[in-house]
Design a protein. Sequence first.
Length: 109
Amino acid sequence: MCSLCGILGGNEHWADAHARPGVYTRNVERIDRRRERAGRVRIANQILSAFGLSLSDWQGSSFLLSTRTGKTEIIEDLGHLWPAAERLCGRALDPLDLPFLDRIEAHHG
């Protein structure tokens, strides 16, 4: 998504399901949207654990990204996840690195 759409769209991330007129989602109920959000956190944690990080939902409006030593950063949406992860780790992270993806798939596949 381009930056302009992000600004005009408010603070909702494009990947989040939202029940509003003109937007299709099968998750029209609040509990369904929370369940979907919890699923995204679970999947993110499968990847983040390899970097010594964990993600948790915070009040359904933000996320907490933490290291094993307790350093934590609040992020608004998953679009801010990797820059925050790199700041907390102090190094560049490439979640699309093929050998890394092979290890993740072997471990969680």
